[in-house]
Write a protein that binds this ligand. Structure first.
Ligand SMILES: Cc1cc2nc3c(=O)[nH]c(=O)nc-3n(C[C@H](O)[C@H](O)[C@H](O)COP(=O)(O)OP(=O)(O)OC[C@H]3O[C@@H](n4cnc5c(N)ncnc54)[C@H](O)[C@@H]3O)c2cc1C
Ligand code: FES
Length: 265
């Protein structure tokens, strides 16, 4: 969809100081699939790509982390305010690739994985999640994952909830006991790189929804390129197969806003 759809902020929570979960009522449906993104605009501030955690029936839920000008404005938006959305853009997770799904979600990147969990449960596909964050407060979708999935492995880096450690700590032993056909992941880039490496080693089909600097969202500017393959995150992604990502600069370098190649830490 190339025109803007208006959304009114009806409900908001702030699980963390710099993170908000925003629920909008839309004038029209957008119908985003898990992994896809929308462009979210606040006039006079800017437009940013966001992957919804829910998006149908004229309702839109976004998890926004305040990292700069526009995301700050979204996180601090007041109830009753309007924002404008276009999309959906890009491809989405394949939910019919197998019978057993292992979802791996890190921190505030969990939104598209939550939508995948809900859809898989509606399709009656067996699925479990490994969900990790810095502390219990960072596991903002814990309740929702427990609602949709039969097993939630929670990990916190400070040990305040679930297992102590990072989300990938027991990935191999969970793969050994669950034997998934498919692994889907979102989260910090280095975490996803590790998930992909383990998936590829185990010959398990894996998809990741990735983040690059999206400017035009239409394949024109080259800002979101995945090198050396020349794939564009805004059009060919944001969901990519693990076998593709492992042969790219994913987890190593990306283009900054000025187009310079920068290291990912
Ligand atoms: C497909 C996709 C889905 C995303 N989904 C979410 C989501 O669900 N929730 C969420 O909080 N964030 C999400 N992001 C990241 C979000 O788009 C950026 O945090 C946002 O664009 C930053 O804009 P800003 O104006 O707040 O920050 P700026 O002041 O412009 O910059 C602050 C920092 O944010 C990064 N950044 C800036 N512009 C972009 C951009 N267009 N794309 C990616 N990173 C950028 C830069 O590294 C910069 O250091 C997603 C990004 C992509 C590409
Ligand atoms: S954002 Fe411009 S080509 Fe992808």
């Amino acid at each position: 969809m190339s025109y803007y759809i208006r959304g009114k902020l009806e409900l908001k929570s702030k699980p963390l100081d710099k993170v908000a979960i925003l629920n909008f009522n839309l004038d029209e449906d957008i119908n985003c699939k898990p992994g896809q993104y929308i462009m979210a605009w606040i006039p006079n501030y800017g437009e940013i790509p966001l992957s919804p955690s829910f998006c149908s029936d004229k309702k839109l839920q976004l998890l926004v982390e305040d990292v700069g000008t526009t995301s700050n404005k979204f996180v601090n938006l007041e109830l009753g305010s309007y924002a404008y959305f276009r999309g959906p853009f890009g491809n989405f997770f394949n939910l019919s690739k197998g019978n057993k799904y292992l979802l791996v979600a890190g921190g505030t990147g969990a939104a598209p994985i939550l939508m995948a969990a809900k859809n898989l449960s509606e399709l009656n596909v067996e699925a479990i999640v490994i969900y990790g964050g810095r502390s219990k407060n960072h596991l903002v979708f814990l309740e929702e994952f427990n609602k949709y999935l039969r097993k939630v492995y929670a990990y916190t880096e400070d040990g305040t909830f679930g297992y102590y450690g990072v989300v990938t700590k027991d990935l191999q032993s969970i793969i050994d006991s669950f034997s998934p056909d498919v692994i889907l992941t979102t989260g910090p880039e280095m975490m996803m790189r590790k998930v992909i490496e383990i998936s590829v080693k185990n010959k398990i089909y894996c998809e990741a929804s990735i983040v690059r600097i999206i400017k035009c969202a239409s394949g024109v500017c080259g800002s979101c390129v995945l090198e050396p393959l020349g794939l564009l995150t805004c059009k060919d992604g944001p969901v990519f197969n693990g076998n593709v990502l492992i042969n790219s600069n994913f987890g190593k370098t990306m283009r900054s806003e000025s187009g310079r190649e920068v290291e990912i830490k």
